[in-house]
Design a protein around this ligand. Sequence first.
Ligand SMILES: Nc1ncnc2c1ncn2[C@@H]1O[C@H](COP(=O)(O)OP(=O)(O)O)[C@@H](O)[C@H]1O
Ligand SMILES: [Mg+2]
Length: 239
Amino acid sequence: MVKMDLLKVVRVTSGYGTLTVLNQVSCEVADKSLVAIVGSNGAGKTTLLNTISGILHPYSGKIYFKGKEINGMPPHEIARLGISHVPEGRRIFPNLSVLENLKMGAYLARENMKNGMLKKVFEMFPILKERKNQPARTLSGGEAQMLAIARGLMRGPSLLMLDEPSLGLAPKVVASVYETIEAIKKNGVSILLVEQNVRYALEIADKAYVLENGKIVMQGRGRDLLKNKNIKKHYLSLK
Ligand SMILES: Nc1ncnc2c1ncn2[C@@H]1O[C@H](COP(=O)(O)OP(=O)(O)O)[C@@H](O)[C@H]1O
Ligand SMILES: [Mg+2]
């Protein structure tokens, strides 16, 4: 069965003022799938997520979500259509409690609070339930990443975009964050993940793209790319 494209990015060129970062980038996220975009530091991964979520507007190209053209829309409208963006570096509110951080995720979406989203999120992240009244600054790095992801889920998005969820985490902690990401996908949420941590991302990706200097240079099934000679050499430090 061919899955419908939930997100479709078509030849998008984007950047900051006169600095063009993304050059004719095209990629798709099929409904209920997990897509990874991998690339080194500075490749343009964050710029791509910021362009999809409306923080940046593309210079040219189109972005479709659920078949609707979203390029040029303000971020809050794009969020309302069902895209949640978990930014690089987590950006949780350190002095608010875990529970307050989660409620911030649902703001403008009070329906989701009523619909038991908090209960679902606590089922998925029992550690956050245990710590719901603690200030977020007391969480470990892994727990803080879980909180950032959980906050992104509070609106009940159909697409969750994660910017470097493994950044700064110990390998064991990365493994548990990735288990959580797979569990979210099993719950029917599509995921667009960008990562420098190529190995983990490719292992779980249904489809993956390699971004270099603002251009997609390779694409395929995650596991196939893991076996690719160039990927092994340049991204996995293997001969
Ligand atoms: N706010 C900004 N203003 C100007 N240039 C930026 C800004 N943010 C990122 N850049 C530049 O855009 C390029 C891509 O950055 P980024 O998308 O953050 O890459 P990645 O997330 O893959 O590490 C880099 O050359 C970076 O210096
Ligand atoms: Mg980045």
